[in-house]
Ligand binder design. Structure first.
Ligand code: AMP
Length: 621
């Protein structure tokens, strides 16, 4: 209890306005259960440097015999931090690719990790258009699980009486096998399919309305349908509504908008639509949809039929205390829409994690999204930080590693850093690509605001499109204009999330290239539609999977703007203080007045007429 009080005091519970006074007996029991976890958080955050030193020693000792560390000429079994810093380079994925490729191809010698690689986690970050593959080892699963186990004890400090159900929209994605025979799949797919998740012990805080069979169903429609139906049937028991990312929850609301009639029919009849064919999902839903419930069906029709979706979450699930979704980073764009649908419920961003490593948690989960700071747990891996100034000056990575990298316990409040990790699974001084800002400390542990993902221009869901990729896609599509005597003189883009699913919008200013300066533009609609699809074909596999398999990104749109628009854009930027010599058209726009200016100059708009190609391929086929 003492530990709990300490955390509560230290994280400023008093100014957080807990949603309910934490006084009931069930709240006391909940807090007692979480007491050990809270004590653990206190211990870890009070001894950051000592824990980090131990973690590095453990990692080096365990992986001492790996080829990678041997190539660094590090006597890892006895190395201290200084030797590690001096000998091990700071790397990005491309430097590890040759090592990873050998593991993919079936080489089971200790290349990066001395523990056998159990599977590959497919990151949403890409390299050469393909998902990055992160080799992982069996015991990482428990490490990830240990971070999950801290979330509810912290939440219980702020919201009492959570011992009922959570409506969480959770999904698995398709997986493949490497030529070496190991599964390659996203980290959450790996977690949901693991025994740890499937055979989780009954615990009131991990009691979901979604049957496990529905979560594990790989068919996106059937999975969502079953999860929504079960959530509706248990609507009074639901105390929190969530998904991993905000985009996932909004897709669920969109799904309700499109499917409420069928859902209401099923509830009225007490029978699941034949569109759900998976036998294990049907069996699991049957255990919840046990009998006809015309009253609930009428309620759903009433709530959904008039097109008024404001506050739909609290209308359908009236006991919801908060939304459990990540709305930091690229997901911040969804905050206004989520507020609209939830009637302003608090949004809890509970954790910060990646395929490479799970990092930490938010000790003030109900704080305003703009103030979210994640406390990196020092037991999860070894963490170093590259000050963003030196990352940006192009100082060589070797230089940066020698002089600039800062340890977790030594980062400074107010500064921005790029995260560099060393993991039990065998990544050594690996640049994750995330930029974080230190906002304060909990005990000795720094707390980080997620600032941005490096080099990401456009993102709707887990897709991350950078400037070079967008440029290539525009170039490829612009080839289709050539026979029509036209070219793209300028372009920019925006991630449009006004409707769900969101989609990429590319603004093109065209120039007639044939027949001298006065030539008239003669590009037909079909060609411009094809340009949209051609751009999609050129984008990375995460984008195309989201379009094809998940339906989480809508068709790409090209908006052709009238000649002179980009000059106006420049005039606008200069009027706001940009230097005329250095001005470059931005490749992505987010500032509303700029978007308004562009939209007011649109002469035609075109959408991708078909889905781009995407199939789950065996790696390195
Ligand atoms: P992946 O490798 O596909 O699992 O994606 C991990 C990345 O997602 C991280 O490196 C971050 O860029 C982003 N991410 C994960 N958690 C958060 C969070 N809580 N807030 C903002 N971005 C996040």
């Amino acid at each position: 209890m003492a530990a709990m009080t300490q955390v509560s005091r230290a994280i400023g519970a008093a100014d957080l306005h807990p949603l309910h006074p934490a006084s009931s007996e069930s709240a006391a029991a909940a807090r007692a259960n979480g007491d050990e976890k809270l004590r653990f958080i206190e211990e870890m955050t009070s001894n950051v440097d000592a824990v980090q030193q131990r973690v590095l020693a453990e990692i080096l000792a365990r992986n001492a015999a790996t080829e990678y560390l041997a190539n660094c000429r590090l006597d890892a079994a006895t190395a201290d931090r200084d030797a590690f810093r001096a000998k091990v380079p700071v790397v990005s994925y491309d430097a590890l690719k040759p090592y990873i490729q050998r593991i993919v191809d079936g080489d089971s010698s200790p290349i990066l990790s001395s523990h056998p690689v159990s599977e590959f986690l497919t990151s949403s970050g890409t390299s050469a258009g393909e998902r990055k593959l992160m080799p992982t080892v069996e015991d990482e699963l428990e490490r990830r699980q240990s971070l999950y186990s801290l979330l509810m004890p912290v939440m219980n400090l702020y919201v009492s009486g959570l011992e009922a159900k959570g409506l969480y929209f959770l999904f698995v994605k398709s997986e493949t096998r490497t030529p070496g025979g190991l599964p390659a799949r996203p980290v959450l797919t790996s977690y949901y399919k693991s025994d740890l998740f499937r055979n989780r012990t009954h615990d009131p805080y991990h009691n979901y309305t979604s049957p496990t069979a529905a979560i594990l169903c790989a068919d996106a429609f059937q999975s969502m349908y079953a999860q929504m139906l079960c959530g509706l049937c248990q609507r009074h028991e639901v105390l929190r509504v969530g998904a991993v990312f905000a985009s996932g929850l909004l897709r669920a609301i969109r799904f309700l908008q499109l499917n409420w009639e069928q859902l209401a029919d099923d509830i009225e009849q007490g029978a699941l639509t034949p569109r759900v064919t998976d036998p294990s999902v049907r069996e699991a839903v049957a255990a919840i949809l046990r009998r006809p419930d015309p009253e609930l069906a009428a309620f759903i029709r009433d709530e959904c039929c008039n097109g008024d979706w404001a506050g739909i979450i609290t209308r359908v699930w009236p006991n919801t205390k908060y939304l459990d979704v990540i709305v930091t980073g690229a997901m911040a764009q969804y905050i206004p829409t989520l507020k609209h649908y939830s009637g302003g419920l608090p949004m809890a961003c509970t954790m910060y994690a990646s395929s490479e490593c799970y990092f930490g948690l938010n000790l003030r989960p109900l704080c305003d999204p703009a103030e979210v700071a994640y406390t990196i747990m020092p037991n999860m891996g070894y963490f170093e930080f590259l000050p963003v100034d030196s990352a940006a000056t192009g100082a060589s990575v070797a230089e940066a590693s020698a002089s600039d990298l800062v340890e977790l316990a030594r980062v400074e409040a107010g500064r921005e850093y790029e995260l560099v990790i060393t993991t039990y699974a065998g990544l050594n001084r690996y640049r994750v690509g995330d930029v974080l800002r230190v906002t304060g400390f909990h005990n000795a542990a720094p707390q980080f605001q997620f600032v941005r993902r490096k080099n990401v221009l456009l993102s709707i869901e887990s897709d991350k499109t950078d400037e070079a990729e967008l440029q290539r896609a525009v170039e490829r599509a612009a080839e289709l204009l050539r026979p029509h005597g036209a070219s793209v003189v300028e372009y920019t883009s925006q991630a449009c999330t006004r409707s769900i699913p969101g989609h990429y919008v590319i603004y093109w200013e065209l120039l007639a290239t044939g027949g001298g300066g006065g030539a008239k533009l003669a590009v037909d609609k079909e060609t411009l539609d094809s340009c949209c699809l051609e751009m999609e074909e050129a984008l990375n596999t995460v984008y195309r999977q989201s379009r094809v398999a998940d339906g989480s990104i809508g068709p790409l749109e090209i908006r052709v703007v009238r000649p002179g628009t980009f000059e106006e854009l420049m005039d606008y930027a200069i009027s706001r203080g940009a230097s005329i010599n250095q001005y470059k058209a931005p490749r992505c726009v987010t500032f509303p007045p700029i978007i308004e200016l562009l939209d007011s100059r649109v002469v035609s708009s075109h959408f991708s007429p078909a889905l781009p190609h995407w199939t789950p391929t065996r790696r390195s086929d």
